[in-house]
Ligand binder design. Sequence first.
Ligand code: MOS
Length: 703
Amino acid sequence: MSVAFTGAIGAAVDRVEGRAKVTGEAKYAYEYRQKEVAYVSIIQSTIARGAIRGVDAAPALELPGVHAVLWHGNAPRLHEVTDGELEVLQSHRVSYRGQIVAAVIADSYETARQAERLVRIEYAPEPHDVLLRGDHPRLYTPEKVNPNYPAVTEDGDFDAAFESAPVKVDCTYETPAEHNNPMEPHATLAAWNEDGGVTIYDSNQGVVNVKNTVARAFGLDPHHVRVISPHVGGGFGSKGTPRPHVILTIMAAQAVKRPVKLAVTRQQMFALTGYQTPTIQRMRLGADRDGRLVAICHDAIVQSSTVREFAEQAALPSRMMYAAPHRRTTHRLVRLDVPTPSWMRAPGETPGMYALESAMDELATASGIDPIELRVRNDPEVDPESGHRFSSRNLVACLRDGAERFGWADRDPRPATRRDGRWLVGTGVAASTYPARRQPSSARASYEPGAGYTIQIAAADIGTGARTALTQIAADALEVSLEQVEVQVGDSSFPEAFLAGGSMGNSSWGSAVIKACRELRARMAEEGSDVPLWVEAETREEVAAASAEPLAKHGFGAQFIEARVDIDTGEVRIPRALGVFAVGRIINPKTARSQFIGGMTMGIGMALHEESLIDLEFGDYLNHDLAGYHVPTNADIEDIEATWLEEDDPHVNPMGAKGIGEIGIVGTAAAVASAVHHATGLRVRDLPIRPDKLIVAFARCNR
Ligand code: MOS
């Protein structure tokens, strides 16, 4: 099925809520007002493993304005909780440093913070283990990796094929723990109602997920939980599932019988809102002398906590990127005394493509073949894993188009041969990919004579421009102008929809919006436009049918980086970054470009800046604020450009649009690392590429 687009889709429309955001009129979770609201302050464990022997709350309770101190001895019991991270204050056990072990509820935030210091907690510490090692004795193979893929895949005979391959790469790449740092930290305001239900204003990537998790945890009918989140200041995955503070806030409101609000601090986010696992990835590529891969093996090692298994799917992209008759991918995991890792923009693909694409660059060097040509030679006809055709795959076109724009043709492949004053100069390339999936969603479309059209859907606009894109999609489906359509999102009382995750938001929601709009038009054709009308539509059947198609659906891209490396200080600058993407139809070039360059910026951060350093003695992150945890800022990003190819893919959804929230970060770090190698001749195989690593390497080769 396709839509007769009338021109809203494809237009560079400004964000419909842009004015509300810049004037401060757009309300975020913590800004909602409630009468007699109380404030929660979190108390975090100071040990990484052990037990709580006792909590003395008496001095805190003496402070005027303090309503309660909650801890496992007096906290309400939760009903059904499947995520161990959400079993807040249910046990005397401590599973990681920074875990919530108590909370103060007071009239003001200041009083709550003051009282927090008066609560005495006695611990019985036990030795902890917080370090991921490739030879950890407790490594095991999980049953599945996130979200539901097999942990191990095997095709042919990798060992024999690799052994006899004339050109080999066998390298191990490491990525550190990384933390999501959206501009708006997590925040929740909870108010219990007289009918026994609860209303939550919350910063999240999906109100339905929050509603259902809260309902189960507190033993409520989901209809008695309302989650309101019209504006969200970023998430990147960290708000994809409700975090422990949501449970704590609702619990606190229950305990003190009044509305309660909680803003997670930036520092607390480093323990409580998830992070990307560190990875250790061994890549083995075996090729013919003409660069054709005969054997690919990707072995990924990641970590999880003792309270929940989260297994990042780092080896996933090596299953579908390149053709090779003999292939193996494995994941192993160790459960440590750490917070549970979780989603961070393109989990799996981001660390995995750093390793795979770095190894491809090393293979290009080893075989003396241009890195673009090497990828072209290994571009598969069909998905190597499933044998299915690709619904569309334009990686080669992206590489060729980018090469042209970037000026790749006259590149001298020799490393460490270009110098501009104190700067060594190099260029690098890498591929991007991300699956194009969708999930069932529903939407309501209504018409009011004289007022226009309203679309309601429990979707999330986490800053991506989703609300604007859905307005464009609805306008085209209704065949009316944008001004006649208002899209409302972020309320669990609206028809259920999938979360803003896995780059599936627009794809899932847009499908439901189009269906609802079409049905509304059909009703209006029958009943005229003099009466108010509304319809609700859901997409379960269409989505199931589409997933059953024997097609591999993925977006692709190519990233080009120029790096300049200071010969004395090891400082790396990125004067040029170019991304070329093939991701189906672009709904809104303005918001799409933001997603691409935002992802690429985060990828440059991954390559050069971002790293959460764990302190082995205390078992906690040393750098847990934006002073110690470096993300790229304006001065770090110079000429950055994203563009895209026309791609017609009728298989992904009625819009023909693949998700674009994550693909921009995929591959960037490998392109940077390859550009640094081209500039310096040095391969740094553990991210980030810090100046000190380059200085040490410079010294070693007497530069
Ligand atoms: Mo994204 S990591 O799927 O929110």
